[in-house]
Write a protein that binds this ligand. Structure first.
Ligand code: LFR
Length: 490
């Protein structure tokens, strides 16, 4: 049958890529056309995203994709929550802030106290994360009120890129669900919450949904990249985690997922949000997935703990295989940290923060690099266990298998420890689940696939995965879990 090619722009917190996905019949192939680093830019005292540099890389990647190929459409996803502001002429008002910028440190607890966590949760259904858009806006409205009052539009990162590509503004719904300003039940903006944090609700653009056509690439863009004028830009599930969940190769209903990259997002796909007091005090989030589903999950610090450790040691990713080999040899369960603890959020000396955590909790400080990496990976595996088991309890669902997708699928030790901790098989891969989810939603808009079950069956049939069986040491993991309490909202 006929094959179509789609371009997926996927921006992650540490790297971005432009991918071509080809779909037709029972085939799905993926080809990474361009990969680039995403380095945050400290500027004017804040931590920012270098959007012009990222956009230049996107254009370069799309240029390579368009070279000699016919592209049915383009879709853009990225990390969530962060935003840019446009002035009345459509110009960007400063660079978007990075969610790891400390500007919300004092504001987030204060706003939560003022509005009440229970009240906020009943509307937006979100876990407490200090950097949620709503808190960033509260910080901006006190620190930079002139900028905010000059703003005519607030655009999340993928919507900003789509605006530059097409000239059209909108807010894609899965990503909008991470702002704290979207009603988790009605799926509409909450003008009341917007007003509460000091913004004009009118700057929130109309919502758009995955699969909707956004527009056509602008002629100057087509000129720059060689793309055919008029190539469509399609709204995908533009929150990277939402796309990753679409790309999970699940073939049975009782699956849990872990989207494991800079963050580890562990949870379940549900038909409706769980807004109970128990879900709230366990700090579970209800983000929006494809077709109105709920992504019931928690944020775990993820590979950030490892990336930032390597950076502190002055090492790059080439050093990883040796470190992981040393970690595999290191003694088990000597020290564990709570991988949801906010102290690990901001950039800085990670080994020192881990050592401080261990001292405070009366645990031995890991002495060698191998021991420290072991501590990080066991702590992540433990957080995966606690989070997925709790998600199943809170939603009354069975959990029979775990899919781990994203860059973390390469980390064989982490995958094995996660299977051990959960006492369940872990299927690792694909690493590019996010780009795959992006492509699949475009393919559905083009009439090539039907529903989530068919999309996942296609991923399972075409993408390589690796299965890890639990090694059966439940007693040790239970003891480890007892040492670390479940993380709670501030
Ligand atoms: C993952 C992710 C998470 C979100 C965090 C910040 O890349 O999108 O889902 O909580 O980044 O945006």
């Amino acid at each position: 049958s006929e094959q179509h090619s789609f371009a997926a722009v996927d921006l992650g917190a540490s790297s971005g890529r432009v991918v071509v996905g080809r779909i037709g019949g029972d085939k799905l192939t993926l080809d990474v056309a361009h990969r680039f680093a995403n380095e945050p830019l400290p500027l004017g005292g804040g931590l920012n995203w270098n959007m012009p540099a990222l956009y230049a890389e996107i254009l370069r990647g799309l240029g390579q994709v368009a070279d000699g190929r016919e592209i049915t459409s383009v879709g853009v996803d990225s990390w969530a929550i962060d935003y840019g502001l446009l002035d009345e002429n459509g110009g960007m008002l400063g660079l978007p802030h990075h969610h790891r910028d400390p500007r919300t440190d004092a504001v987030a607890p204060a706003v939560t106290k003022r509005l009440g966590f229970a009240e906020l949760y009943s509307v937006n259904g979100l876990q407490y994360l200090p950097f949620t858009t709503l808190f960033q806006l509260a910080a901006a409205s006190s620190a930079a009120p002139q900028t905010l009052s000059a703003a005519r539009r607030l655009l999340l990162i993928p919507d900003l890129v789509c605006y530059w590509l097409t000239g059209e503004v909108g807010a894609e719904a899965t990503n909008a669900s991470t702002t704290g300003l979207l009603d988790a039940t009605a799926h509409t903006w909450s003008p009341r919450l917007a007003a509460e944090v000091g913004i004009d609700p009118g700057i929130l653009p109309p919502l758009r949904w995955p699969g909707q056509r956004i527009g056509a690439v602008l002629p100057d863009f087509a000129g720059q990249t060689g793309a055919a004028a008029g190539t469509a830009v399609t709204a995908v599930a533009s929150h990277d985690t939402a796309s990753a969940v679409i790309g999970v190769p699940a073939t049975r209903p009782d699956f849990g997922y872990i989207s494991c990259g800079t963050w580890s997002l562990a949870g379940l796909e549900l038909a409706a949000p769980v807004l109970t007091p128990a879900a709230r005090s366990a700090n579970f989030t209800n983000e929006l997935g494809l077709d109105g589903t709920t992504r019931f999950l928690r944020n775990i610090m993820g590979l950030w703990l490892l990336q930032e450790t390597l950076r502190t040691w002055g090492l790059d990713a080439d050093a990883l295989p040796d470190l992981l080999a040393a970690a595999a040899e290191a003694e088990a369960f000597t020290a564990l940290v709570d991988a949801s603890d906010q102290r690990f959020l901001e950039p800085g000396d990670m080994p020192a923060r881990i050592a401080a955590y261990c001292r405070e909790t009366g645990q031995p400080v890991p002495e060698s690099r191998g021991a420290l990496v072991r501590c990080v990976l066991e702590s992540l595996a433990l957080a995966h266990r606690t989070t997925l088991r709790r998600a199943a309890e809170l939603s009354g669902r069975d959990l029979g298998i775990v899919h781990l997708v994203g860059g973390g699928a390469h980390n064989t030790l982490l995958c094995q420890l996660t299977a051990d901790a959960l006492g369940l098989p872990v299927v690792a891969g694909p690493t590019e689940a996010t780009a795959i989810g992006n492509v699949l939603v475009q393919a559905r808009a083009a009439g090539l696939v039907r529903d989530r079950a068919q999309m996942r069956a296609l991923v399972a049939a075409t993408q390589p995965t690796r299965r890890y069986e639990p090694r059966g040491n439940e007693a040790a993991w239970r003891a480890a879990a007892d040492r670390i309490g479940a993380g709670h909202p501030g």
